[in-house]
Design a protein around this ligand. Structure first.
Ligand code: PA5
Length: 448
């Protein structure tokens, strides 16, 4: 179970204020638990850990095995936002840091991501890689109409059809989309692609435990049953209404820091490069769920100790607008001890005999204390180690806490009206049929 430590906030907030915020968080907890709040048609994620059938996992494994039988060694996973960040976070967290370079990892399937940007160089370089490898593709879009993945998919699909023929290409493509509607669903039916469904009642950023996350994670070779077991443990523990519930405490403290102390920015901090994409996944989850109606805490992330040598300066000493949430990993999985050097020219003999992780832990503690001294409240969330079970726990914790926190803030956690604005302009500028009026207006605005 994820543990929360709020001691690093105690010198910033008054206990009575925190207790009041906990009361509000418990009311928000009730809204989420009773399923009576705004967006309550998007609560399917709450029971995914216990409701996911074994047959779904077996289906995903069948896809993995059929591709392995064809010698597939590269799976291009196409999707954007909630349709890619969970899978990417899990795969990066669980993979060897040097999986791509390691000779012993060469027989495993490599999962790469596309459709999460519109860079022409990116797509060309992706196709350079695809051309060298035996490729298959997972295309993910709940709406089935998102531009970024649609553009990437058209290019990858055409390549697969030209290289392997239309029939074989159809066996190398799996679509994850709506059960009934959308362009991707229509195309999949026509071409006979294997499809998985994104449930109607699960929004993109809450979809990591649906096929959206499960299929790429299984194809990459990780134990999705253990992820679901970790999430199921969190589902059970976090369902208990209590002042000790870590999701309630997290929601209460972050809302208090925001509303009473003007802390408008939350920085998610990790001390392990494998968690870089946890920050990306978390930023989308909290940014899209809370940043609306002119409210919300801006979610940022840093990767330490790397970023202590860049934005660490700002966090210590710049505008006092932020608090930090540290994701503390208690145990390293591997062991590396710093050796003695007779010459000691690097002056590191004082560390001889120490684990590298001990230095990491001391850097983390030293930074926490320095940031408290610098006026940055510290929330700490601890897990035992980075593995499938703990990752499932972390996914569910942040999702549940996000629901509580957004209801406490007074917004609907499950919509994202703000993401439409850029799309309207982009479609107008690209002369998409149906956007003629907006095209004329935007061109006038640009003085064309
Ligand atoms: O969380 C969300 O709903 C969004 O980030 C979507 O996941 C993202 O826009 C991709 O949408 P779609 O899956 O419809 O292509």
């Amino acid at each position: 179970m994820i543990k929360i430590n709020l001691e690093g906030c105690s010198s910033f907030v008054k206990d009575a204020e925190y207790q009041e915020s906990v009361k509000q968080a418990l009311e928000a907890f009730d809204v989420l638990a009773s399923e009576q709040g705004a967006g309550n048609d998007f609560l399917g994620w709450k029971t995914l850990p216990t409701d996911t059938p074994e047959s779904l996992i077996a289906d995903c494994e069948a896809v993995r095995d059929s591709w392995k039988a064809k010698g597939v060694d590269l799976v291009v996973t196409i999707g954007i936002g909630g349709s890619y960040l969970g899978a990417r976070c899990a795969i990066e967290a669980l993979s060897h840091n040097f999986a791509k370079q390691l000779k012993s990892a060469k027989d495993s399937v490599e999962v790469v991501f596309a459709g999460n940007n519109l860079s022409e160089d990116y797509i060309c370089e992706l196709m350079d890689l695809v051309a060298e490898r035996n490729a298959a593709c997972i295309v993910i879009s709940k709406s089935g109409t998102t531009t970024e993945p649609a553009v990437a998919f058209r290019i990858v699909k055409q390549y697969l059809e030209q290289t392997y023929g239309r029939e074989e290409a159809a066996e190398r493509i799996v679509a994850i989309t709506d059960a009934k509607k959308g362009a991707l669903k229509t195309l999949s039916t026509q071409e006979g692609y294997k499809t998985f469904v994104v449930p109607d009642n699960v929004g993109g950023r809450f979809s990591v435990l649906t096929p959206v996350g499960i299929l790429p994670i299984v194809v990459a070779g990780f134990d999705v049953r253990a992820i679901l077991a970790g999430a199921a443990e969190a589902q059970k523990n976090l369902a208990v209404k209590s002042e000790q519930n870590p999701a309630v405490q997290y929601a209460a403290m972050r809302n208090l820091l925001y509303s009473k102390y003007g802390k408008n920015v939350e920085v998610l901090v990790n001390y392990n490069p494998k968690f870089m994409f946890l920050g990306e996944w978390w930023k989308q989850l909290y940014g899209e769920s809370e940043g609306k109606d002119l409210k919300g805490i801006f979610p940022a992330s840093v990767n330490n100790t790397t970023d202590l040598h860049s934005v660490g300066q700002f966090i210590q000493d710049g505008t006092r607008c932020m608090f930090e949430t540290i994701v503390n990993v208690e145990k390293a999985q591997r062991s590396s001890i710093i050796g003695e050097d007779p010459q000691n020219l690097d002056c590191l003999n004082y560390l001889a005999g120490q684990h590298v992780e001990h230095c990491n832990a001391m850097a983390q503690l030293g930074t926490k204390l320095a940031h408290i001294d610098g006026g940055v409240p510290q929330i700490e969330l601890s897990i035992e180690k980075i593995d499938e079970f703990n990752l499932g726990n972390v996914f569910y914790f942040f999702e549940f806490a996000c629901g509580v926190s957004a209801y406490q803030l007074g917004v609907n956690p499950f919509n994202q009206p703000g993401v439409e604005a850029y799309k309207k302009n982009m479609f107008a500028l690209l002369n998409k049929p149906g956007f003629e009026e907006q095209s004329a207006a935007i061109r006038k605005r640009l003085g064309e």
